[in-house]
Design a protein around this ligand. Structure first.
Ligand code: SF4
Length: 326
């Protein structure tokens, strides 16, 4: 990976509130990270840790009836997206920052041909019409390795396998030549070999386009294959960020240690798989101190009273834990 000096995306102290009958809470709680051009940053954590909500907040696509972005900045190309009007945001979504969702069958319209769905994106984001539109659609299908692209345009999603459908979703996401791709568990619905092929394809497109990828997953095998750096999320907060190899070799946050310990290892024969005790806190529960304290094997009195700040350690980790107090 070659990096430019400037990040393509800077998220600073992002807060997204969620509310309903059960109360209010921060689904995204003071989240900050950078994404460089050509880099893949993994967002990992258990379900409900705030990974998807963070991505939706970057694009300002959180459900408007139940959520409200109350603080922070999302700086893309020098502009704060949180200050843009709805009409201005439509110029960014799909064209500059695109998104792939986890279930290709839900992302594609079953009653429209693959071609009609790709044409729609190309018309919207690149203003193409007529023969140029068809040619660009064929090129996109070729890029995502759909055999016989011209025939593929006339097919319906159910004519394709799961892996091919996910590649079509990828083609639609790439239609606007975006700078950033947000991939939210894009391979969860695929079997392992199809998943590997899709990840390799994504990597090769990333190298060609210097695409910055924000990659949401709970699968550490996918993290090691895809990500240059990893941000670990817990209870809406980023608790540790580090280059991928470093995070695997020497996790510094007890939650990251526990997550890695709970990954099955074929070389490690154990009677029982390790499971992190307890449950993540409800987003609506009142918060005091470190949110991981009730489950943390190394919790101290202070952890239950004060929230640890994020510190940058000498080895390049950024970690939010009182064990690493200066
Ligand atoms: S701050 Fe305390 S409770 Fe939280 S992860 Fe660190 S040691 Fe555990």
């Amino acid at each position: 990976m070659t990096q430019q000096a400037q990040p393509i995306l800077q998220v600073r102290n992002l807060v997204t509130r969620i509310g309903g009958k059960r109360g209010f809470g921060n689904a995204v709680d003071d989240v900050s990270f950078d994404l460089m051009p050509g880099e893949t940053l993994g967002l990992v954590g258990e379900s409900g840790s705030g990974k998807s909500m963070t991505c939706l907040s970057v694009l300002r696509l959180t459900p408007p009836a139940a959520t409200h972005i109350t603080g922070g900045q999302v700086i893309f190309d020098g502009e704060d997206l949180l200050r843009k009007t709805g009409a201005e945001m439509r110029g960014y979504r799909g064209r500059r920052i695109s998104m792939i969702l986890q279930d290709p069958m839900r992302a594609l319209n079953p009653v429209l041909t693959v071609g009609e769905q790709i044409f729609e994106s190309l018309r919207l984001h690149r203003g193409l019409r007529g023969a140029a539109l068809r040619e660009a659609a064929c090129e996109l299908l070729e890029r995502v390795r759909i055999p016989d692209p011209a025939a593929g345009l006339t097919a319906y999603p159910h004519h394709f396998s799961g892996g091919m459908r996910q590649r079509v979703v990828g083609a639609i996401a790439l239609a606007g030549n975006p700078d950033i791709l947000i991939a939210d568990e894009p391979t969860t619905a695929l079997d392992v070999t199809v998943q590997a092929a899709f990840l390799d394809l994504l990597k090769s497109i990333q190298r060609q386009d210097r695409l910055g990828i924000l990659f949401v997953t709970h699968d550490f095998a996918v993290v090691s294959r895809m990500c240059d750096r990893v941000a670990v999320m817990y209870a809406g907060r980023i608790v540790e960020t580090a280059p991928t190899d470093m995070l695997f070799d020497r996790p510094r946050h007890p939650y990251t240690e526990s997550l890695l310990r709970s990954v099955p290892d074929v070389d490690r024969r154990e009677e029982r798989l390790y499971a992190i005790p307890g449950q993540p806190p409800s987003v609506f529960a009142p918060r005091t101190g470190c949110p991981f304290a009730p489950r943390c094997p190394r919790a101290m009195d202070r952890c239950r009273q004060e929230t640890p700040p994020t510190r940058r350690l000498d080895d390049g980790h950024e970690v939010s834990c009182w064990l690493h107090e200066e």
